[in-house]
Ligand binder design. Structure first.
Ligand code: TXA
Ligand code: MG
Length: 354
């Protein structure tokens, strides 16, 4: 693609939001911070803008986009039916890291939803994102602002690395808070179903609307099962090196001595083979790997810190030139499910059980 000039402004610079709004209104692309990860925004009601987003990311165009809104009332502009569960959830969790999938109105172009008859909607909890949507008057379609397949960007610097020269502007709001993408819940069927686990957990959702299912492909990835969302079939967040997750099949939520021993053994083998190797572990477990190069993922006891370090750690692996990456597994707490979902995708499901 031909390179264009990418402007980098902070949202608080005078005129920055106005300039970003002008770009969106004329069909251009602006990357902006949300509370989860940076989004790559374009006009959700314009098929041309959607096409530009796919081109800039190098993303297959059957992978649908999330539409970002700034007023809950705007759901009506996008969805042809609003089940009562949607009303309950938006009161409970918006603005915030929850995306709801609803039947779409015909005014939402197929290009935005990857040809699906449904639309994913969320109201982000980030002041710059909300100002941008409000001042531009544009409902903003935005995937995460990374090149397709790379870890999602949690800082403007990651966006610059991936998309400089490919988009019109980056609004640099610094590092974001949650750093793991939103929970996706499908409300179009008989039972509310989580398609992508995230910061808003199953328990939090069930406390508001009763039983919630988890899409079976998240629990037992089966290449023969057709995923509910096309995005679920792609490898995501992948670092350049080869990532393997090591877990104890009997105690998948614990780092048992057998797990640590296997990780050290695999690291020794990789190093002997001349491979640049790193281990992904948590602060609590670093002493298990004295002398090995480590990248730390927060504290095991506190899932939020692990989630917040994950995408950044995968980018650090690339920056360190890691060829072999060995990771512990995470399953225990509620966020453990979201963390493992991302790790498994990043690893292309390369999981070793001891
Ligand atoms: O936190 C987030 O969700 C971030 C920020 C920027 O809002 N966005 C994000 O977008 O992670 P993206 O495009 O990287 O992931 C969107 C996910 C994909 O897995 C996609 O398949 C799914 O949402 N999705 C979008 N529209 C859908 C639909 N109509 N039905 C089912 N899944 C959908
Ligand atoms: Mg993404």
């Amino acid at each position: 693609m031909t390179l264009i000039k990418t402007r980098l402004l902070t949202p608080d610079e005078p005129g920055a939001i106005r300039e970003a709004s002008r770009i969106l209104q004329s069909g251009g692309l602006v990357a902006f911070p949300t509370e989860t990860v940076y989004g790559l925004g374009g006009d959700a009601l314009s098929p041309e803008a959607a096409a530009k987003i796919y081109a800039a990311k190098g993303r297959p165009s059957d992978n649908p986009l999330i539409v970002h809104i700034a007023e809950p009332g705007d759901v009506k502009r996008l969805a042809r039916e609003i089940p009562s569960a949607a009303g309950t959830l938006l009161h409970a969790f918006w603005p915030g890291p929850l995306t709801m999938i609803l039947p779409k109105k015909s005014s939402v172009p197929d290009a935005t939803t990857g040809g699906l008859d449904t639309v994913a909607i969320r109201m982000p909890a980030h002041p710059a994102a909300l100002r941008l949507i409000r001042e531009s008057g544009i409902l903003i379609a935005a995937p995460s602002a990374n090149l397709s397949g790379r870890p999602s960007p949690t800082d403007a610097e990651h966006v610059r690395e991936d998309l400089s020269g490919r988009i019109d502007m980056i609004l640099d709001g610094g590092p974001v808070g949650i750093r793991i993408a939103s929970t996706n819940i499908d409300l179009t069927g008989d039972k509310p179903t989580i398609l992508r686990p995230g910061f808003i957990t199953k328990d939090m959702l069930e406390a508001m609307i009763g039983p919630v299912e988890i899409d079976p492909s998240l629990i037992h990835p089966d290449p023969n099962l057709r995923p509910r969302a096309p995005g679920m079939k792609y490898t995501h967040y992948a670092p350049k090196g080869n990532l393997t997750i090591i877990e104890d099949a009997e105690k998948p939520d614990l780092v048992t001595p057998a797990v640590a021993e296997r990780i050290r053994k695999l690291a020794d083998e990789a190093v002997s083979a001349g491979k640049h190797t790193v281990i992904l572990t948590t602060e609590d477990h670093q002493s298990l790997y004295n002398g090995y190069p480590l990248i730390l993922l927060g504290e095991k006891r506190n899932g939020r810190t692990v989630a917040a370090h994950l995408y950044g750690a995968l980018r650090e692996c690339d920056a360190a030139g890691a060829e072999i990456i060995l990771s512990e597994s995470f399953r225990a707490d509620e966020l453990g499910g979201a963390i493992m979902n991302r790790l498994l995708k990043a690893a292309g499901h390369d999981l070793v059980s001891v």
